[in-house]
Design a protein. Sequence first.
Length: 351
Amino acid sequence: MTVATDPVPRLTSLSHGGGCGCKIAPGVLSALLARSSLPPMVFPDLLVGTETADDAAVYRINDRQAIVATTDFFMPIVDDPRDFGRIAATNALSDLYAMGAQPLMALAIVGMPINVLPHEVIAKILEGGESVCREAGIPLAGGHSIDSVEPIYGLVGIGIVEIEHLKRNATARAGDVLILGKPLGVGILSAALKKGELDADGYAAMIEATTQLNRPGTELARLPGVHAMTDVTGFGLLGHTLELARGAGLTAHIDAQALRWLPGVRALAERGVVTGASGRNWASYGADVRGLDDDEVLRALLTDPQTSGGLLVACEADAALAVVNVFSLHGFTEVTTVGRLASGLAQVHVG
């Protein structure tokens, strides 16, 4: 006699959203943070806090160095548990690289439905995250776990940076060009996966992009002419470009023809395979974007939430070749100049 066993549920079936598409919409987040009635406190050694929605907090420890700290976690974007762990860990460490920091160690953030997922599945998620930390050359030194309704995994990342090489998302200059390290479209591919419409090649391309560590950031921060960096994640290319523009008080111009997409992304968007987060993103910041009123497909593509997306670098035009060369040395093959920054209102213009 055989004993019936319950099938293992798909990881993505247990979450209401996946990857960085789980982020609270930027407009809602700003409103929540603004509701605090506590008076602000001044910490002279806190070099970067919440003031510009930067990628990580930065605290000076001596005249030359600062500690960089970040945390990032989310629900499953894929069903393979090891891939989920790898993507979440890669995404979390990206915030350190975006500040120009060298990672030192990580702590795991784990929330799992213990009575729903087999323990071997949960172990594979943890193994995936640890494998990325090993690739980055850092210890996974501890963490915290809870029994939760939805699967959640991510990291606290701790790094160190020379203060003179610290890069923020608010220090770009007029005349800078914008260089993006990875192709776009992760959110759309993840939506297709959840609908059962993503083929093996599309899945492989998504995993390759989302598990590629943004290591170049540490080296890029030391290049003369590199003024600002961020990584493109849950608010989409438009949202994170707008943060650069707002921080520097500039207008960003995006060249839509120069953008690179993961395989099949444009066709999927044209069929209406998009995430709900793209609509929430547009509702939050669309008033500060020009040139997309009549192009719903391009709007969905540019607001598409990226999980473990590419570094967005603002640099002098004369430094662009050196930036591309650093990316290339680290195995990034889809690097492209996507726009420029100019004087004007804090907006994004797409053309």
